[in-house]
Design a protein around this ligand. Structure first.
Ligand code: NAP
Length: 352
């Protein structure tokens, strides 16, 4: 697609998600991590000193020597990924968009803004069409594009192929990994051998973001999908991979085989375009009665595949199943990188 790699920046490069960005982008065929930024605690330090490397694969060569900059608009490349803490993202991201940067953000701050696309490229690539209205309304030459909360992405991907049957209501219970809480996250004495029933703000995000993602653009305005979602969240002693038990009520009455076929045959624009981070199969269905499991299945498709299993009849809702996705890859950095690839392939990075 591009002969030369495009320089990109990472806001919040020292955090858990920031490190995933560094890892994903270091080997990326189109993008090159050239500028790393974080808080004043890290400013001026070599990345190797500012960011205690927490990922299981080694820190990529060449980034440890980069100096961490402040999150000052105008200093970094035009395209910046944001792994900022939400409290910081609220002010910093619009300042970057105003200064002409395209900000591809993981933070929750602008996900539900009606003019900000909340995108899963396989599900709602067309929502990028909100960008001109965002620019017009805010007077920005750049833009903000977001990816969903790490639990929402798993749920929305699993529901997207079922839209053809008419989504009525969804009951979802999450079993979320500790890496989703950042570093150092949940104290070990709280989580080891334990389950914590509730994650602040998470249930509301899953319920509202899913409706936005599955919604449709009508005359330039986003109409949320009417599906009603009821979420319960739990934190479990798992390192990576959010598991979700999902029960769905549908308007039509497909057989279990038809539901499995819809999930397995699901493809989107990233697969059509052959984007570098796109898994060949966005959803993989496993027949085994004890799958998916985070330890065995979270890394499937480079962490970009959602694995589904145990699809069966539900006496209350009609259909139920289990879904699993990697929370810091498909649920964070990988999702944002895929958004940027889609924007590059569809010409949005050139239209600034
Ligand atoms: P984290 O480990 O706490 O990292 C936060 C990053 O933000 C660090 O680089 C930190 O820099 C920087 N930062 C904090 N305050 C700042 C300020 N005032 N100015 C500039 N930079 C500042 O958090 P995380 O887990 O990586 O999460 C990052 C974002 O992604 C959050 O918005 C989170 O909700 C979202 N997210 C996380 C996950 C997940 O699975 N972890 C999934 C989806 C979305 P210093 O190192 O210099 O302090």
């Amino acid at each position: 697609m591009t002969s030369q790699r495009i320089d990109v920046g990472i806001l919040g490069a020292t955090g858990m998600v920031g490190q995933q960005f560094v890892r994903q982008l270091a080997a990326h065929p189109w993008f090159r991590p050239a500028w790393l930024a974080a808080s004043e605690r890290s400013e001026g330090r070599a990345y190797a000193d500012a960011a205690m490397w927490r990922l299981s694969s080694p820190r990529p060569d060449g980034v440890g020597e980069l100096r961490v900059d402040a999150c000052t608009p105008g200093r970094g490349p035009q395209l910046v990924f944001s792994a900022l803490d939400a409290a910081a993202a609220g002010e910093i991201e619009p300042a970057f968009a105003r200064a002409g940067h395209i900000v591809i953000s993981n933070a929750r701050s602008y996900r539900m803004d009606p003019l900000v696309p909340l995108v899963i490229p396989e599900v709602n690539a067309d929502h990028l069409a909100l960008i001109p209205a965002q620019r017009g309304e805010r007077g920005w030459t750049g833009a903000i594009v977001t990816n969903p909360n790490c639990s929402t992405v798993v749920l929305s991907m699993a529901l997207a192929p079922l839209r053809r049957f008419g989504l009525r209501s969804v009951l979802v219970t999450t079993l979320q990994a500790v890496s989703g809480a950042g570093y150092p996250g949940v104290p070990s004495l709280d989580i080891l051998g334990n389950v914590i029933p509730g994650i602040a703000g998470e249930e509301e995000k899953i319920e509202s973001e899913t409706q936005k993602i599955l919604g449709t653009l009508q005359a330039g305005t986003l109409a949320p999908h009417p599906v009603v979602v009821s979420a319960q969240t739990t934190r479990v002693p798992v390192v990576d991979g959010h598991t979700e038990t999902i029960a769905v009520s549908l308007e039509k009455t497909p057989s279990i085989e038809e539901v499995i076929h819809a999930l397995r045959s699901f493809r989107g624009r990233p697969q059509e375009l052959g984007l570098p981070s796109a898994p060949a199969d966005p959803i993989v269905w496993l027949d085994a009665p004890d799958r998916p499991q985070p330890r065995l299945d979270a890394e499937r498709g480079g962490g970009m595949t959602v694995t589904v299993g145990r699809v069966r009849a539900c006496p209350v809702q009609g259909v139920k199943f289990v879904a699993l996705g990697h929370n810091t890859i498909r649920g964070a950095a990988g999702a944002a990188v895929l958004n940027a690839e889609l924007m590059q392939a569809d010409g949005w990075l050139q239209r600034t």
